[in-house]
Design a protein around this ligand. Structure first.
Ligand SMILES: [Zn+2]
Length: 324
């Protein structure tokens, strides 16, 4: 049996740009990072999956909280205490050197990120507060957007407001990555018209492979690539093939498409959305299964260098450039 893929996986820095561990954790406190979670994510399985850098998402459901900022701060504290329970096996990282240092010591680097503009509570200063706590990307909208940036499931076709432009200015100034997954078409175009900055889409697919509102048009994929950004391959079956069932081949189909469209693998990353999705592709059931994707890419003919870029180097390149 050809085990080359295992060597490629082990020698690569594996970066997952999007994990909603906290969402399951809040509802099932007994399943924690340090213990054996029944959900998609825990320390044992992160190690088994060869995950080196995990972006952990802070998210609040827009209709569930009045004070999203305070709730987000509570969630950050919860994540910090869960990470502390892992006896040093997971360490928070705030910049590129932190990440490399943690990875070199064979620990897992955790990076904090926020999903949804509601979290900043209409205050630019709150962006600074989150930055101080370690936030290194902000997903500008969730499915339902805010007054200042439209979401993919909003009924209206809202664009980016003047306040939304202020948000973008502050993110750029601080060195926080701008995530456009979940943002609606109109707002995404407004963002790209407003700034020349590199943007990322942490967990999205290609619309021309699966015509779901959460996926990106060819034009937007090409523009994200032109600016040096990345698109994190998402594992949610609805976004992959429009059904409740998907396989690794469906994930590879989006990767193949984006490579062909943009001319290289340089703008493809991982953004599993584990614990934020109720259904997963066969063979990618939880965070321990990332090597199966490496195997599939290898069998598809991707070179070791290309696979390492997809698994992590592309995401690290953008992180280093923007976050320092
Ligand atoms: Zn999401």
């Amino acid at each position: 049996m050809d085990n080359t893929y295992k060597k490629i996986h082990q020698s690569s820095i594996v970066v997952d740009l999007h994990n909603d561990y906290l969402e399951e954790r809040v509802h099932h406190p007994e399943h924690r990072l340090f213990s054996n979670s029944k959900h998609h994510t825990d320390l044992t399985r992160l190690k088994a999956g060869g995950v080196n850098v995990q972006f952990f998402v802070i998210w609040t459901r827009p209709d569930e909280h009045d004070d999203h900022f305070s709730r987000a701060m509570e969630l950050i504290e919860l994540l910090e205490s869960d990470v502390a329970e892992c006896n040093g096996e997971i360490e928070f990282a705030r910049n590129y050197n932190d990440i490399i240092s943690v990875v070199n010591r064979e620990k897992i680097a955790a990076v904090l990120c926020l999903e949804g503009g509601q979290l900043i509570g209409n205050s630019i200063d709150n962006i600074d507060n989150f930055y101080e706590r370690g936030m290194r990307y902000l997903t500008l909208a969730w499915n339902y957007g805010t007054e200042w940036c439209g979401g993919a499931k909003d009924e209206d076709d809202k664009g980016l407001s003047p306040f939304g432009k202020e948000v973008i200015d502050r993110l750029i100034k601080l060195g926080v990555m701008i995530d456009v997954s979940h943002v609606n078409e109109k707002s995404l175009q407004d963002i790209l018209d407003y700034t020349d900055a590199t943007v990322i889409a942490t967990h999205s697919g290609a619309y021309n492979v699966c015509n779901h509102k959460r996926n990106l048009s060819d034009e937007h994929i090409k523009e994200i690539a032109r600016r040096g950004g990345v698109i994190g391959s998402v594992f949610y079956p609805s976004f992959l093939n429009g059904t409740d069932q998907a396989t690794i081949a469906d994930v590879v189909a989006h990767i193949n498409y984006i490579r062909k469209l943009t001319g290289s693998v340089d703008h493809i990353s991982l953004g599993s959305d584990y614990d934020g999705i109720d259904l997963v592709p066969k063979g990618l059931e939880n965070v321990s299964k990332f090597p199966n994707l490496t195997k599939a890419l290898y069998e598809e003919g991707y070179s070791a260098d290309e696979i390492s870029k997809i698994l992590g180097l592309n995401a690290l390149r953008v992180f280093m450039t923007i976050c320092g």
